[in-house]
Design a protein around this ligand. Structure first.
Ligand code: ZN
Length: 541
């Protein structure tokens, strides 16, 4: 029913098979209000939307007979998949709805919904612990009750409630996962997103996602701004629904991929969609109000579609983290969300391919938290705790990559071989101050040691990461001595950390700070003889 084609972080490009054809995910389902349509379902189909969302509760109350007799697809005039929401949002806003969980299930079956949702009880935000607990308990009770009812041919969504109470979110997710739902959804994020609490959204998704089966798509209710699609997808969301495109249009708000602009204050339309490429800003301003709202609504939808395509392409190329970094500059709250993601690296690593078609970009210190770097540092630790070499040689980043094929390293190895001969195998050579932290030369072929780009000067920031790793490495590697080769533009943080670790453990330590370039033949000769002396001492001790 759901097939994953590509993945990166927890994001996937997938295919959800419904009765009405396949929906490629991640997908945005525009919410259609059958009573006041700004953009018709037919137009949405022509724009490229293969699934839409409609509120089953509103249909039940306003056009029940018609929908039950003709079916929802015919009434709306949409040939793609239709997801029906149950009225939980109305429950959240108005405190009550005039239906029962059983009635809304039965209505969605009769209407011929392709993807249907039980009438869950939204926790909302903020909510007290006792209220949150009650909403989770009642939602779970209604979820279990679904399976004794006629469910028709729809795919059924098990919503996860709990709001900002993360242990309740986790419990709800676990119990929902044990029931035979086809999809899941994270409930109650609307207020959280309206208030730009994206770091809290990260927490909520991280509490739910690991407990839900990967074979079931995850829907995020009410997420309709392109700025946060990459974030939600990175945390494992596959489907979104939103009426934002229309609500924003009514308020004269013009979406862009990194935020929202006021249409009236625009001097240019910074977009080339089918709407904006045929309009000037003056023409938009002079349009009758309804027409301008329609134009804005369609533009907003095109911007959402374009960003989803960017997200999908980024997943295929293994660049979702890079898109997240770009979007983290859209708004300080998105920056806060990215910082929050750093705490989730082990979770994100699980979905990140071992090797990628393209090299990884490191822009600044925050890029060093990307899962590929985290995975690499973990592998270094595992690798070096088993190899029992006698001496650790720490060298700065050579001028070119792959390090093992750079002239500088080849020359260094040649000089070391002259002095050490067969004992060269007793030396572990690690490059420090790389964006990955420490890179042992034997892991040079492991992604992304050779496949990355970083700006000149990042070594200075990367020194800090290597400094905190080096003590661990000296501990676990079982070395008897350490030699450090200095690069003048660095601060010497790795030197200080290595020296301290050696003093504490009573190991030999030598630092060499050449006057000329560290890669000059003379510097390398001196380095090799220093290594030779220290190794000899270490063996005698
Ligand atoms: Zn546009």
């Amino acid at each position: 029913m759901f097939e994953v084609r590509h993945h990166d972080l927890l994001g996937r490009v997938g295919r959800l098979r419904t009765r009405r054809g396949v929906v490629e995910t991640p997908a945005l389902l525009p919410v259609v209000n059958p009573l006041k349509q700004l953009v018709s379902p037919q137009e949405l189909w022509e724009m490229g939307f293969r699934a839409i969302m409609v509120n089953a509760y509103l249909l039940l109350k306003s056009m029940r007979e018609e929908v039950e007799s003709r079916g929802i697809h015919e009434v709306l005039g949409f040939e793609g998949a239709i997801m029906t929401d149950s009225g939980a949002y109305q429950l959240l806003v108005h405190g009550k709805v005039d239906t029962t969980p059983e009635e809304i299930v039965e209505f969605q079956v009769k209407a011929g919904s392709d993807v249907a949702v039980i009438l869950d009880v939204p926790t909302g935000y903020p909510a007290s612990r006792s209220v949150a607990e009650a909403t989770v308990d009642e939602t779970l009770r209604r979820a279990r009750a679904l399976f004794s009812l006629d469910r028709g041919e729809a795919l059924w969504v098990g919503p996860v409630q709990g709001g900002a109470w993360l242990n309740l979110v986790e419990r709800c997710a676990r119990e929902m996962a044990s029931l035979p739902f086809d999809l899941h959804a994270l409930g109650s994020p609307t207020r959280v997103m309206e208030q730009y609490l994206f770091d809290l959204l990260v927490d909520m998704l991280a509490a739910a996602k690991p407990h839900l089966p990967l074979s079931r798509p995850l829907h995020l209710f009410g997420a309709g701004h392109p700025m946060m699609f990459s974030l939600a997808v990175a945390l494992g969301c596959d489907l979104f629904d939103s009426a934002s495109y229309a609500l924003y249009a009514r308020q004269g708000r013009y979406m862009v991929d990194h935020g929202t602009l006021r249409a009236e204050s625009l001097k240019y339309l910074p977009c080339s969609c089918a709407v904006c490429s045929k309009l000037t800003v003056e023409e938009l301003r002079e349009m009758p109000r309804v027409e301008a709202e329609r134009a804005l609504a369609k533009h907003n939808l095109y911007v959402c579609l374009a960003e989803l395509k960017r997200v999908k392409q980024a997943i295929v190329e293994g660049r979702l983290w890079e898109l997240l970094e770009a979007r983290s500059r859209s708004h300080p709250s998105m920056g806060a969300a990215l910082r929050k993601l750093r705490e989730l690296t082990p979770l994100l690593e699980a979905g990140t391919p071992i090797s990628k078609p393209k090299g990884a970009f490191f822009h600044d210190a925050s890029s060093m938290h990307r899962p590929e770097a985290y995975r690499f540092r973990r592998r270094v630790k595992e690798r070096l705790s088993f190899n029992h070499r006698k001496l650790l040689l720490l060298i700065p980043p050579p001028p070119s990559k792959p390090y093992t094929r750079s002239k500088a390293v080849k020359r260094a190895l040649k000089e070391l071989h002259e002095v050490l001969k067969d004992e060269l195998s007793l030396i572990e050579i690690c490059v420090y101050a790389t964006p990955l932290g420490l890179v042992p030369l034997e892991l040079d072929e492991v992604y992304p040691a050779s496949q990355h780009e970083a700006p000149r000067g990042l070594e200075v920031e990367a020194e800090g990461v290597s400094a905190s790793e080096v003590a661990d490495l000296i501990d676990s590697g079982g070395f008897e001595a350490v030699v450090y080769l200095h690069l003048p533009r660095l601060r010497g943080l790795v030197h200080d950390a290595a020296l301290k670790a050696c003093l504490e453990r009573g190991l030999g330590f030598k630092a060499y700070s050449p006057k000329a370039s560290p890669w000059s033949p003379r510097s390398l000769k001196e380095l090799a003889s220093l290594v030779g002396e220290l190794l000899k001492k270490a063996k005698e001790a």
